[in-house]
Design a protein around this ligand. Structure first.
Ligand SMILES: [Fe+2]
Length: 241
């Protein structure tokens, strides 16, 4: 079939643009470590990287989000490729690989991807203060008051040996403070995470050096997003009639 030369040129030009777009899309997918089987996505920060300063500096947030968190997401996607997790939630990958020594690398990267995304959502500029409503009532019931909860949380952070996380969780309907080592997460132990602070040194060393307690105290005082935590708690309740 013959076609007009001008039409051919347009067709070639259009094809070239489409091919270029396809290459760019493929490049972006490859950069995320994903492809159509990617389970994990890099969740956007709900604030600018410098918005938590001076409690957490822009430099710390830059390394933490762009290097550590993004690295875990990329690695988790690479490791889960071909494992049959396509279309599954990140939580399902964590629960399916927890406790399986042969899948430790998958679990570690998947859990770290989830833990970090959750941690970043637990913070906000001009946060801190005290919780209200049901969350406040449950903190009073479980710990004797917010001051006692805070003390319990900071002590747990101090006593966590090495890298890990400190959590406020829901354990069979009651609030509890727990710690997890390295990448471990309450999701792997039947607990419902509500609030967390990352106590890996990369979370605070640039700003606080070895003063972990100062870091955790400052996060509770200035950044804790109790509205987000209260919303997570609400999700665990049966729907109102
Ligand atoms: Fe971290």
């Amino acid at each position: 079939m013959l076609t007009h030369p001008v039409f051919n040129k347009r067709l070639i030009a259009r094809s070239s643009v489409l091919a270029a777009c396809a290459l760019v899309a493929l490049f972006l997918v490859q950069c995320s470590g994903g492809g159509d089987s990617a389970v994990f996505v890099i969740e956007p920060l709900p604030y600018h990287q410098d918005a938590l300063s001076p409690t957490i500096s822009a430099e710390t947030m830059g390394f933490h989000y762009d290097k550590h968190y993004a690295g875990y997401v990329k690695k988790a996607n690479e490791l889960t490729k071909g494992m049959g997790f396509a279309g599954k939630a990140a939580e399902a990958v964590i629960q399916a690989t927890a406790g399986d020594a042969s899948k430790a690398a998958v679990f570690n990267n998947a859990a770290q991807a989830w833990n970090h995304a959750y941690f970043f959502k637990c913070l906000k500029p001009d946060g801190g203060g005290v919780p209200e409503g049901l969350l406040a009532e449950m903190i009073d019931s479980a710990f004797g008051g917010f001051v006692d909860f805070k003390s319990r949380f900071i002590t747990a952070a101090k006593n966590q040996f090495g890298s890990g996380w400190v959590w406020l969780v829901l354990d069979e309907g009651k609030l509890a403070v727990v710690t997890s080592a390295n990448a471990d997460t309450p999701l792997a132990h039947g607990l419902i995470p509500l609030f967390t602070v990352d106590v890996w040194e990369h979370a605070y060393y640039l700003d606080y050096q070895n003063r972990r307690v100062d870091f955790v105290t400052a996060v509770l005082d200035n950044l804790a997003n109790w509205d987000f935590v209260a919303a997570q708690l609400e999700k665990t309740l049966p729907p109102k009639a």
